[in-house]
Design a protein around this ligand. Structure first.
Ligand code: HEC
Ligand code: HEC
Ligand code: HEC
Ligand code: HEC
Length: 268
């Protein structure tokens, strides 16, 4: 084979390989392992990807994120409030649900290697990890990736969807009742999954998909209702929903071209 052909073949193979990898978490900035390609991957320590967030055993059950492998930092957050806006309608809850899991790295107070169950035998088996990227210091996120404890400059989270009005009827097989108080929102879809009432904002194919805006069930004044959390807009496992003109690098559930993320919920 002449060198040019060989090069073309290698390039083609690379394109296919990276194309496959792009579909999953391994090619994202959430691959913190030695195999990661983001700025903050390890130079040594572990090739495991999931371990920085999930563990198959001994998980933190105090967090509403599955098999969560981190403790929550004891941060006191300031949430979005009427002090930030005179037009806010929904109630804002304290940081909780899946947002607490995201903020266990993204508030910039806890190191990314503070795991419950470290890779290998034993829980805290003394393994240490050193990242070299500029967006961290001592494993603690820095800069734009660290939202901090003051969440008043961020899109509200723990916020009741569409100004309130949508809630569970509380029956054994719960049903969604009511309608959006603020009609400038896409009405949510609901379903009972394993006995729990869940809501989401449909963006396409019927049924709850990871490309829908997921609403998280939380108690507002004692009654369950849909809440917007970090993972309503972000899917922490998928980073590639863009193209050359609209590169998506922020783990968004849908493309942000034409502000598609915002317009999934807000009718503006
Ligand atoms: C940076 C943190 C992070 C990493 C790394 C991560 N996850 Fe997750 N994962 C989450 C969070 C947060 C949730 C909850 C998201 C939600 O509520 O939609 C989640 C949810 C899930 C779920 C249930 C919901 C769903 O989307 O199906 C599965 C399964 C899952 N993760 C598997 C994995 C596997 C397997 C890996 C490694 C290949 C991995 N995750 C790596 C943060 C992470
Ligand atoms: C184990 C720590 C950890 C957890 C938990 C975590 N992240 Fe991240 N996240 C990171 C790191 C590291 C980066 C890369 C920072 C950088 O290099 O800019 C990142 C980057 C991001 C980015 C920016 C991507 C970009 O390309 O600029 C978004 C958005 C994000 N994370 C959202 C989330 C959300 C939402 C959750 C919860 C569902 C979450 N993260 C949980 C560690 C974490
Ligand atoms: C209402 C939707 C929405 C919610 C809720 C949301 N985000 Fe984002 N986030 C976005 C969008 C859209 C971007 C992309 C902004 C851009 O392109 O600069 C983004 C960007 C980011 C970035 C990258 C910052 C940057 O500009 O490079 C991080 C980190 C992040 N989000 C983390 C979080 C965390 C953690 C939470 C929960 C506390 C959260 N987000 C809640 C929509 C949201
Ligand atoms: C998952 C649904 C959802 C998505 C996606 C979303 N929002 Fe929101 N947004 C809400 C909810 C719910 C509120 C609270 C509204 C209220 O109670 O008045 C809100 C509040 C706001 C507010 C403050 C309104 C006020 O009266 O103070 C602004 C501004 C805003 N969103 C802009 C955006 C932008 C820009 C985007 C895209 C980057 C976006 N939103 C994406 C659900 C969403």
């Amino acid at each position: 084979m002449n060198p040019k052909m060989k090069q073309a073949l290698v390039l083609a193979t690379l394109a296919v390989t990276s194309g496959v990898a792009m579909a999953g978490i391994s090619a994202t900035k959430h691959n913190l392992s030695t195999g990661g390609t983001g700025e903050n991957h390890l130079t040594a320590g572990t090739e495991e990807i999931c371990v920085f967030c999930h563990t198959p055993h001994g998980a933190n059950t105090g967090v509403t994120a599955p098999l969560w492998n981190k403790q929550l930092p004891s941060t006191t957050y300031t949430t979005y409030s009427t002090a930030n806006s005179s037009t806010i309608d929904g109630s804002v809850l304290a940081v909780g649900s899946v947002s607490a899991a995201c903020l266990s790295c993204h508030d910039g107070t806890q190191a990314m290697d503070s795991m419950i169950n470290e890779p290998g035998s034993g829980l805290d088996n003394g393994a240490t990890f050193t990242w070299t990227g500029a967006r961290q210091s001592g494993g603690i996120l820095q800069g734009v990736a660290a939202l901090g404890a003051d969440l008043t400059n961020d899109h509200p989270i723990g916020i009741q969807y569409c100004g309130g009005g949508i809630q569970s009827d509380g029956a054994a097989t719960p049903a969604s009742t009511g309608s959006c108080k603020d009609t400038d929102f896409t009405a949510p879809t609901s379903d009972v999954i394993n006995g729990s009432l869940v809501w989401w904002v449909d963006t396409g194919t019927a049924g709850r998909q990871k490309t829908d805006m997921i609403l998280y069930t939380r108690a507002f004044s004692g009654t369950d209702g849909p809440s917007v959390e970090c993972a309503s807009c972000h899917d922490p496992h998928v980073e590639s929903k863009g193209d050359a003109t609209n590169p998506q690098v922020a783990f968004l559930r849908v493309s942000q071209a034409g502000s598609g993320v915002c317009l999934s919920c807000h009718t503006k």
